[in-house]
Ligand binder design. Structure first.
Ligand SMILES: [Zn+2]
Length: 77
């Protein structure tokens, strides 16, 4: 968990925290996490139990990620 000293928000991952921080200004700027979107225009994080976290995967997305590669058939010489 990563806490932001600038605004006190908590982030589940360093990548999310980095996205929230802008280099603008002498001490950087905090961006509103709800307003940070990816290239598709979708929010990259959501507030869950007081922590800004990446979006939950749907069953289908999770299945896609954890899908096992088919095992190669044994080679007979
Ligand atoms: Zn902040």
């Amino acid at each position: 968990m990563y806490g932001c000293r600038g605004c006190g928000r908590n982030f589940a991952g360093l990548g999310l925290f980095d996205k929230h921080r802008s280099p603008l200004g002498p001490h950087g700027t905090c961006l509103d996490p709800a307003g940070i979107t990816n290239t598709a225009g979708k929010p990259v994080m959501e507030l869950r139990d007081g922590v800004w976290s990446g979006p939950k995967l749907t069953k289908e997305q999770a299945a896609e990620i954890w899908k096992k590669k088919p095992t190669d058939p044994p080679v007979t010489v």
